[in-house]
Write a protein that binds this ligand. Structure first.
Ligand code: WT7
Length: 648
């Protein structure tokens, strides 16, 4: 069907991997046939204060809806990531921190040291009045203190809500308010690719719209920033009086661990809530099996802690497994395009995990940047965040991995807590571009989007998951109805992922991308409605419709159709201003790639925007627009076509 080679499991991998083909088949069957004993067994990877006796208690039926895992077990995730490693591995490196610029000193933090830092910061939070269940907003750059803050929250049972340090003050304020968090942890400035990000100034602006009691600020770049008396405190002053022993809170497996906001198909981001036991198990298990991780190996996930990948695969999964996790502050192209591979060589990284968008950006610069580094240490390469096109897959495999390293294309979501569909390096032949097979306990299925019935065999459809898995989100913070509505209503009794997928004749899953109103920009999720509401906030904008467009590097770009008010002059200046406006309202990741002025949008007689047409224009696939006879004014389409940048 395509010319890209299939890569069978090498004999060496089959012999040495933690999971070979036979083990995968046996374990997968067991996980479905007898989930209670399978998951009680897997739960032993964690240290429990109280062993669970009730394992799986879940139903996706509307009338009997429940998702509970290990509900009578108690544990603490910070203990699992720290205390239990101290005896054997206290002197082992927990975190390697590599700064933005290679000439800045790095930091090497052992488990002993991390334990102390976490306890001290946990005591600091307690002294500020933070109690079990309270929400703590974290708006920090990629520095070890971010991991310290997460684990300190976990230690005392506070619920962290990390806001990506590239989000605007408005986006930050909205997230602080939604979960009513009284405390914000930040830094003076962030640093990425040599550019400074004014984090403290952003927090100050956000605090004008939010009710914040305390801001703890880490000095990172040393910028001179104003401090608000009675509210702001310097991180080092704050921790100074506290000691490095803090007893862990005993948490029920179903107690909340964190909230992470993610975009959906409406204007308001959703607070995805994960709980303690099931999430911990999922992050740890998937990290071990998918990356074939063994203690002592240096593992690097290049994601930011502001995204779920950073939660599960920079911090919780690796640390629960006693791993050495590399935390990178910088970007792939600074100071030059060799940066990733130089860092791999510097620390002898064995597992490397990044997003296709980074690979596509590096691929364009030529192979020399890669070839001049050794990369001998690499054993396995991971991909996450968006479909990886077979060209980028082949480049990753042949150029970065020198044809030696299996690629784990991991499909999952903020909602799933960790990997769901991914090839296991010792078990599955690899097909470039396929996420391959479900992990233990995951039951994917394809449904016909028109009537929701399950379709079998080699076919395409909407991707659903038939039953719960331990790492599943439990609710949308503060809005359980929205949780049910978003994920369990379209196809009743099934979890709807929002993605489309194809299953081939060998049973491999190929994720084709979002089929809802979400676009995936550089592996980051953006709701079209969010960008639209930012645009209509502008005084010159009457109406806006946003769709995704193909983009060589980002995967998808943002294409905005904008109708301005009657008195507005649709100038080039205004177009630029609107682009800046969205950046300021949401953050640089939401920057529109195209703004097209449109005197009218294609609407049905009932006023619904026909997005199908806008998508086709954005994709420059205008040969067949389909039936437009139900439009209130079919004439608007001619104008849209004539003024599309593709037409010029
Ligand atoms: C959406 C989830 C998963 C952590 C980072 C993104 C897309 C993710 C893959 C993949 C194809 C992928 C899906 C999914 N996606 N991984 N390997 N192949 N698509 O998390 O922001 O919650 O986005 O990212 O469309 O629904 P997220």
């Amino acid at each position: 069907m395509h010319e890209h080679a299939i890569h069978p499991v090498s004999p060496e991998w089959a012999a040495k991997a933690k999971i070979d083909a036979e083990t995968y088949a046996l374990k997968y069957r067991a996980s479905i046939d007898d989930p209670d004993s399978f998951w009680l067994g897997e739960a032993q990877r964690l240290d429990w204060m109280q062993q669970p006796t009730k394992i799986k208690n879940t139903s996706f039926d509307r009338d009997d809806f429940r998702i509970k895992w290990f509900e009578d077990g108690t544990l603490n995730l910070a203990t699992n990531c720290l205390d239990r490693h101290l005896e054997k591995r206290g002197q082992d490196v927990a975190i390697i921190w590599e700064p933005d610029h290679p000439d800045t000193p790095n930091r090497i933090i052992t488990y002993d040291q991390l334990y102390k830092d976490v306890c001290r910061f946990a005591n600091t939070l307690k002294a500020d009045g933070v109690k079990k269940g309270d929400r703590v907003t974290i708006y920090l750059p990629m520095v070890p203190e971010a991991a310290v803050a997460m684990l300190a929250c976990a230690r005392i049972g506070a619920v962290h809500s990390i806001v990506f340090a590239g989000f605007s003050p408005d986006a930050l304020a909205q997230r602080i308010n939604d979960c009513d968090s009284q405390i914000v942890l930040t830094a003076d400035e962030g640093l990425r690719g040599g550019k400074k990000v004014p984090l403290k100034a952003n927090v100050d602006a956000a605090c004008e719209k939010a009710n914040v009691r305390t801001v703890i600020m880490l000095r990172h770049t040393g910028a001179d920033v104003p401090m608000v008396e009675g509210r702001d405190v310097d991180w080092h002053d704050a921790i100074e009086p506290h000691n490095a022993e803090c007893p862990p809170a005993e948490m029920n497996a179903e107690d909340p661990l964190f909230i992470l906001y993610t975009s959906g198909s409406t204007g308001q981001p959703k607070g995805v809530l994960h709980t303690t036991g099931g999430y911990a198990l999922w992050a740890s298990m998937t990290h071990e099996y998918v990356f074939d991780y063994r203690p002592g190996e240096v593992y690097w996930c290049a994601a930011d802690i502001g995204w779920v990948t950073g939660h599960s695969y920079v911090v919780y999964g690796p640390l629960a497994n006693g791993a050495t996790t590399l935390m990178f502050e910088g970007v792939p192209n600074y100071p030059d395009f060799s940066r990733f591979w130089q860092v791999v060589d510097k620390y002898k990284v064995e597992q490397f995990y990044t997003a296709p968008t980074a690979l596509r950006a590096l691929m364009r610069e030529g192979d020399e940047w890669v070839k001049k580094t050794s990369r001998k240490s690499l054993r396995i390469l991971g991909s996450v965040g968006e479909p990886i096109n077979p060209e980028a897959w082949d480049w990753y495999y042949n150029v970065v991995g020198d044809g030696r390293c299996p690629i784990a294309d991991t499909w999952w979501q903020t909602e799933t807590g960790g990997h769901m569909i991914a090839p296991l390096p010792g078990a599955h032949s690899l097909k470039p571009g396929a996420a391959a097979f479900p992990l233990f306990g995951v039951q994917p299925a394809l449904v016909d989007p028109t009537d929701g019935h399950i379709v079998e065999g080699a076919t395409e459809g909407a991707l659903v998951i038939l039953d719960s898995w331990p790492g599943q989100m439990r609710t949308v913070y503060g809005d359980h109805d929205r949780f049910i509505q978003t994920y369990f209503t379209q196809y009743p009794g099934k979890y709807f992922t929002g993605d489309g997928a194809r299953r081939d004749e060998d049973g491999y899953y190929w994720i084709t991308g979002r089929i809802d109103d979400v676009i995936n920009v550089s592996g980051h999720r953006m709701g079209t409605a969010e960008v639209e509401s930012a645009l209509v906030e502008h005084p010159c904008v009457a109406e806006a419709a946003v769709v995704g467009m193909p983009h060589d590097v980002k995967g998808q770009g943002i294409y905005a159709f904008v109708t301005t008010t009657a008195t507005t002059d649709n100038s080039e200046e205004l177009r630029k201003e609107l682009v800046q406006w969205v950046r300021k309202e949401i953050g640089p990741i939401a920057t529109p790639d195209v703004v097209q002025f449109a005197p009218g949008l294609p609407k049905t007689r009932s006023g619904k925007i026909m997005r199908r047409i806008l998508r086709k224009i954005a994709e420059n696939d205008t040969g067949n627009l389909g039936d437009i006879s139900t439009l209130a004014d079919p004439g608007v389409v001619d104008d849209l076509l004539a003024n599309s940048p593709h037409a010029k």
